[in-house]
Design a protein. Structure first.
Length: 70
């Protein structure tokens, strides 16, 4: 069991289908697909080469993994 949260958290889908993406306590944006998550993280300064949507040390998916959007 992990003691700390991953630095990036993708919250459960909202009623509109978007998922807020947080870095720490800062909302970076709302994603509507896995591609959006990568784009949001890239815009926040995280190199695309280190972004792996299945990396639990980087991203904590709440309310379902990267396949859940509605």
């Amino acid at each position: 069991m992990k003691d700390a949260h991953a630095p990036v958290q993708v919250l459960p889908p909202s009623s509109g289908g978007g998922r807020p993406v947080l870095l720490g306590n800062v909302v970076l944006g709302v994603a509507y697909s896995p591609v959006d998550v990568v784009d949001i993280l890239r815009q926040a300064g995280i190199e695309e080469s280190v972004i792996a949507l299945d990396d639990g040390n980087l991203i904590e998916w709440q309310g379902g993994g990267p396949e859940v959007w509605d």
